[in-house]
Design a protein around this ligand. Sequence first.
Ligand SMILES: [Zn+2]
Length: 122
Amino acid sequence: MTHLPESALHELRASLEAEQVSLQEELAMYGKRDTTTGEWEGSSADETTMEEADPTDAADQIEELLTNVPLVADLQKRANEVDDALDRMEKGTYGTCEVCREPIPLERLEANPAAKTCIAHT
Ligand SMILES: [Zn+2]
């Protein structure tokens, strides 16, 4: 089981859940969900009108895509990390370094509740 006190775990879970909610909001804002994989990808605000749009609008949309694709990829990565952390809480392996199996210090988890490794294995 975990070395973390129940109260700390409770707080860390609350912050992970809050982060998951805001990540999902941001993903919905900048991306669209692939219905087969359930993963998000970057999209421009209104792709459907791309063909009819005048060249300036089209250029704006492409620029938006160029910004949103890496942004959404980052958000998705973070969302996966947060999901994994919540999973580990369910399994009781949360707060343990996945490299050396040593407990991750609470201060580190407070700074990043999704941390998977101790400081030595960052
Ligand atoms: Zn370690």
